[in-house]
Ligand binder design. Structure first.
Ligand code: CA
Length: 225
């Protein structure tokens, strides 16, 4: 799961980044509206954490931009401004949630996960496809109740496929999602090939009812067998 933090206070930014990375998120950052806008135009995120008071403008402008470009990344406003008007404006502009500063990191984590569950998994903490079950909270995948022994990247890849079931996932989207925005594409495609190869082997060995199919050499798709 990939998160973009837009925040101009360095300490705050670093605290959030460190915490969310420990929670297994791939975390990208932006410290201004301009930088955030550039990133959002090029990359996609599962959840954006948006500060409102930024040096070069208001986070509300970014919400308007997302809306006009029909970009559907999840958004949580994280702001010291806590008036009812601000909350309502943010939610009316399409934000999923509003978290007032100061907050506890555990609460941030819970809110991010809640947004992801709501948006991508119909409010569930578990995804089940055929005999595969993925637990979002524990970061565990099982086949018929038996734990699949996956490394962190293999788990992220499987989760990304499961949240895009039956959809073609292209290699660069997968690389960005699992390794972050600034990957060296050529190098990382090699990583992807080997991680996917291992993941396929593990799924097969466990008699999984799902398989990762290569499609036309441009990407992959998770299908039920
Ligand atoms: Ca700020």
């Amino acid at each position: 799961m990939k998160v973009l933090i837009i925040e101009d206070e360095q300490d705050m930014l670093l605290n959030m980044k460190t915490f969310l990375e420990k929670e297994m998120f791939v975390v990208e950052t932006a410290t201004s509206l301009l930088e955030a806008s550039d990133k959002i135009g090029v990359y996609s995120y599962d959840c954006i954490l948006l500060d409102i008071n930024l040096k070069d403008g208001s986070g509300f402008q970014l919400l308007e931009e997302l809306k006009s470009k029909k970009i559907e990344d999840g958004v949580i406003i994280v702001s010291a401004r806590n008036s009812l008007d601000d909350r309502l404006e943010g939610l009316n502009l399409g934000a999923d949630d509003y978290l007032a500063k100061p907050f506890h990191m555990a609460e941030l984590n819970a809110r991010v996960k809640a947004v992801l569950r709501r948006r991508q998994f119909n409010g569930n903490n578990k995804i089940s496809i055929s005999n595969l079950s993925i637990d979002l909270e524990d970061h565990k995948a099982t086949i018929k109740g038996e734990l699949l022994n996956l490394n962190r990247k293999e788990f992220e890849i499987l989760l990304f496929f499961a949240s895009n079931q039956n959809r073609l996932v292209n290699k660069s989207a997968l690389a960005e999602h699992v390794w972050g925005d600034h990957i060296d594409q050529a190098d990382n495609f090699e990583f992807i090939y080997s991680q996917i190869k291992n993941l396929r082997k593990k799924l097969k060995m466990a008699n999984a009812g799902v398989a990762i199919k290569a499609v036309y050499g441009i990407g992959y798709k998770l299908v039920e067998e």
